[in-house]
Design a protein around this ligand. Structure first.
Ligand SMILES: NC(=O)CC[C@H](N)C(=O)O
Length: 359
């Protein structure tokens, strides 16, 4: 028997549908994603921790769930809102249904929602918090939404992935498996470390390069770690992806602010400043580095969003530090910018060779 479900926004609007997934109430920041495919990667991306995702694409579940595409082991999102739910998936790799995956992952959802109206509401109001329940609950407290999700999704222990290529320390703020996979595909040895690993501990691991991962929440929650992040990036070639990009900018004195409703989807055009070429990128972020806060003696802006002109990438003027707001590892979304990861690996491999030759 299908039960009625309601999403009540803190701004007062109520959206109705049928409950799917885990049977529990949930609070969260209600955001929307414009990707046409990739729902499995999206619901398992740790950067969505604490958020309720609205899928703009009208049918979700049509190609099922497969054994390969999870971006993390335990989905951390607060809920999903969809238009039509497909319960008869068809794909040769499908092993399960979208609704079953939600149940297993203890994630609640509502299907049959007028997602077009919901997305229009978010676009006009900005990101709003909402409550997902089997009752129309207008009197909930948004203070119950937990914060500092990075601590909850980051690994608790250091993990080693041995390989024959250069050694990358991947700082886990809520990393997507695709970032690790991209490094392993390039034959890198990878040491995955918790978000709160100090410069000294990283130094002891003797990396060739350091990658700061994506992750959930407001980057300012990690303020305490900015001096360590700065030191790390001054000692090793560093790449920052999404939250990693924001943290590096903040560590060097720039500021971040919240976008009205964020960039989430696989269709965000980004212009590479030096070539003028436009790449289509995968994105998932609510915060952005403030343009006026960038000291151009310290960082050059390397990429800009074509739609709102916001900063999408930075390059340090002296140190080998590069950062991108978008996701070069894709999954889901276009792989136009995967060269950023391969270039990073070639860069750290050649730095290593130079040092070796000097010895
Ligand atoms: N994908 C990410 O790393 C997201 C970064 C940050 N939590 C934001 O929303 O802007």
């Amino acid at each position: 028997m299908l039960k009625h479900g309601y999403l009540t926004l803190e701004s007062g609007e109520v959206f109705e549908g049928v409950l799917i997934g885990a049977e529990k109430d949930s609070f969260g920041e209600v955001v929307f994603n414009t990707s046409m495919t990739g729902y499995q990667e999206i619901i398992t991306d740790p950067s969505y921790a604490g958020q309720i995702i609205t899928f703009c694409y009208p049918i979700i579940g049509s190609y099922g769930i497969n054994a390969l595409d999870d971006e993390s082991i335990t989905p951390a999102l607060a809920g999903v809102i969809i238009g039509d739910l497909c319960e008869t998936p068809s794909h040769y790799q499908s092993i399960s249904k979208f609704s079953e995956k939600l149940k297993q992952a203890r994630v609640p959802g509502i299907a049959g929602v007028d997602t077009r109206r919901l997305v229009k509401t978010i676009r006009s109001r900005g990101t709003v918090k909402g409550y997902l329940s089997n009752t129309k609950n207008l009197n909930y407290s948004t203070t119950e939404i937990p914060s500092f999700w990075v601590e909850k999704v980051s690994t608790k222990k250091t993990q080693f992935f041995n390989n024959r290529g250069p050694h990358v320390v991947l700082i886990d703020f809520g990393y997507k498996k695709s970032i690790l996979n991209a490094l392993l595909t390039e034959n890198c040895s990878v040491t995955l470390v918790p978000y709160n690993t100090s410069f000294e501990k990283i130094k002891a691991l003797n990396p060739d390069g350091v990658l700061l991962s994506n992750g959930p929440g407001d980057p300012m929650e990690l303020k305490k770690w900015f001096p360590e992040i700065k030191k790390i990036s001054q000692h090793y070639p560093t790449l920052g992806i999404c939250l990693g990009h924001q943290l590096i900018a903040l560590a060097y004195g720039a500021k971040t602010e919240k976008l009205s409703y964020g960039h989430r989807g696989g269709n965000h055009p980004v212009k590479e400043i030096i070539t003028g070429k436009v790449k289509i990128t995968a994105q998932n972020h609510g915060y952005v580095v403030v343009d006026e806060s960038i000291d151009t003696n310290v960082f050059a802006v390397t990429y800009r969003n074509v739609n709102d002109k916001s900063i999408e990438g930075l390059k340090h003027q002296i140190y080998p530090i590069q950062t991108v707001q978008f996701h070069p590892e894709a999954h889901p979304g276009p792989s136009d910018t995967e060269y950023i990861l391969t270039d990073f690996v070639s860069q750290i491999a050649s730095v290593g060779e130079t040092v070796y030759a000097v010895k």
